[in-house]
Design a binder for this molecule. Structure first.
Ligand SMILES: Cc1cc2nc3c(=O)[nH]c(=O)nc-3n(C[C@H](O)[C@H](O)[C@H](O)COP(=O)(O)O)c2cc1C
Length: 418
């Protein structure tokens, strides 16, 4: 049984051979660097608390193994000063090698982040406002990633307080110094992720500043700094198009914003003329967003992708959760995932489909349908009376103690300020 599980994993996750580490090469920059990564046109955005190793692998797992390295991914934003200063922060946020107190020989064994077998190409993103902090932090991660990115887009209050992200927009000299320090002193390229400014001319000047400082590419989020929370609104692809038309042809531009479904990806590329398109929220809603039609067909075959009578469909939550847990088992814990019962597949014809239980993870319907079994009407869950749960006690008349409110969705709340 375990070997079954392993053979299926080989289909979902890349084997070392199909995703070998790019050879150590001389430092390439700009378009040459982008080409050396295989001209990736789909990009998994940096997302605090979201775009970690397991999520990146999950998102890649929907692509064919040979395609998985074509998805460029960013880590969540890391705080450069904390990363430079604090061992525990480093250990907690980026784990490229196995470490063991008992066996020092494991120190150089590739583990999770930036693993050349399954987590490349990878960009590590930092927020920073001090060039030396940024450089020292970047040196720690440089052996394990393809480039380091400077976050110039974070619009949250914590970034205002800590003076980083989009709140560096008013400090062009500092931005120049941050980018050029990495461009001049780091063994790998530096990139920058910016927001658009109030006018397209200002945005163009800003982009030029980044490129002149040595950024190998710019990822442009088509929303202004004020566009957040209830004011998020739509990203402006026309400004990205304007950059495309006014920057030298060899400039690599990644477009970001307004990607709700797979079909938006290519539309964005076409409308903006950008080299690549980056998705954050769309990818969170649908980690298979980059896979498209081919991925869906594969998913349907496996019973993981569900198509309704109206022809619309989506990845099943239970299937996605299994994939995610499998990643944690295999790559984080280093164990085979447990044997699981096959995914429940209801029959389209009103018959229950008998599943071949010889493979725990890839059910195949038997060829002869079993006799029809009356089905309850869809979406009617009836609990037999003897199994009904006991009635809940009445609500207390005094109002419950106020619980601590959760932080708002999608805020950057990890790194402390200052
Ligand atoms: C949960 C979440 C976390 C984010 N964290 C980061 C981050 O760490 N660094 C960054 O540059 N942008 C971050 N962003 C912004 C996204 O990278 C992206 O620029 C933005 O969401 C717009 O893209 P979208 O329209 O595809 O969502 C985050 C967005 C979300 C939703």
């Amino acid at each position: 049984m375990a070997s079954n599980a392993q053979s299926e994993d080989r289909e979902i996750f890349p084997s070392p051979k199909s995703m070998s580490s790019p050879a150590k090469r001389r430092k390439l920059t700009g378009r040459a660097f982008y080409e050396s990564l295989g001209n990736p046109s789909y990009i998994l955005a940096p997302m605090v608390d979201q775009s970690e190793f397991a999520w990146r692998l999950l998102s890649r797992s929907f692509l064919q193994p040979s395609q998985q390295s074509s998805l460029l991914a960013y880590t969540p934003m890391l705080h450069a000063r904390l990363y430079k200063e604090t061992q525990s922060y480093r250990d907690h946020h980026f784990q490229p090698v196995r470490t063991s107190f008992t066996s020092p020989s494991t120190q150089s064994e590739a583990y999770l982040d930036g693993n050349p077998i399954n987590d490349r190409p990878l960009i590590v993103q930092f927020c920073a406002n001090d060039p030396d902090d940024l450089l020292q932090a970047a040196k720690h991660v440089a052996p394990y990633c393809d480039a380091v990115d400077l976050n110039l887009g974070c619009p949250q209050g914590i970034a205002r307080k800590g003076h980083y992200g989009s709140f560096l927009q008013e400090s062009p000299n500092l931005i120049h110094s941050l980018v050029s320090t990495l461009a001049n002193n780091l063994d790998i390229p530096v990139t920058a992720k910016m927001r658009v400014l109030d006018t397209r001319e200002d945005t163009l000047r800003y982009a030029r500043l980044l490129l002149d400082a040595g950024a190998s590419w710019i990822a442009v989020h088509g929303r202004r700094r004020e566009q957040k929370g209830h004011e998020t609104g739509l990203a402006d692809w026309t400004i990205i198009r304007y950059l495309r038309e006014n920057l030298p042809k060899e400039t690599v531009i990644l477009a970001n914003g307004n990607i709700l479904g797979h079909e938006d990806l290519d539309q964005c590329l076409q409308k903006t003329g950008a080299d690549g398109v980056m998705s954050a929220e769309g990818n969170l809603c649908d980690p298979g967003i980059f896979a498209g039609e081919e991925g869906r067909r594969e998913g349907e075959k496996r019973g993981e992708y569900w198509v309704g009578k109206d022809g619309k469909g989506g990845w099943r939550m239970d299937a996605v959760l299994r994939r995610y847990l499998d990643i944690l088992y295999r790559f984080v814990l280093g164990k085979d995932p447990p044997l699981r019962t096959p995914l429940f597949v209801p029959s389209k014809t009103g018959y229950n489909v008998q599943l071949d239980t010889s493979s725990p993870r890839e059910p195949t319907p038997t060829t002869t349908p079993p006799p029809p079994i009356p089905q309850p009407a869809p979406h009617q869950y009836t609990i037999p009376s003897q199994q009904r749960p006991p009635r809940q006690p009445r609500r207390p008349t005094t109002p419950p103690q106020k619980t601590q409110t959760k932080p708002p969705r999608h805020t950057y709340h990890s790194p402390p300020t200052s």
